[in-house]
Design a protein around this ligand. Structure first.
Ligand code: HEM
Length: 87
């Protein structure tokens, strides 16, 4: 499992707007949202998107504002590496 770069660097969320940040969470609270079927070997995140989608927009914006204050870190990451089936 790899977590994300949440610092305000271009390799993190430096280019995200506050609206994009809020939407990234709120999409899971939309009644039209249908979770994709996850098959063995597929990407499945441990990020609690569903739980956090219930936060108010105000609270999400507060988190975004805070994240803007941390030092930018230049760090790209590969979100998911498909299994080779060997492990
Ligand atoms: C308030 C707390 C949290 C905030 C604001 C937050 C925010 C975010 C955001 C914005 C992303 C997407 C970054 C991108 O696409 O570049 C992300 C990804 C991720 N988060 Fe969180 N996160 C939180 C808590 C957690 C927790 C508790 C876990 C694990 C126990 C976690 C694990 C991950 C992982 C593994 C990813 C990368 C995979 C994915 O995009 O789904 N996060 N997080």
């Amino acid at each position: 499992m790899r977590s994300a770069n949440l610092t305000p660097h271009a390799t993190g969320i430096g280019h995200w707007t506050p609206e994009q940040f809020v939407q990234r969470f709120k999409i899971y609270a939309d009644s039209a949202y249908v979770a994709p079927k996850v098959r063995p070997g597929d990407f499945q995140t441990v990020m609690p998107w569903n739980s956090y989608s219930g936060m108010t927009e105000h609270d999400l914006l507060a988190i975004f504002e805070y994240l803007k204050t941390v030092a930018p870190v230049d760090h790209s990451f590969e979100r998911f590496t498909p299994s080779t089936g060997i492990e």
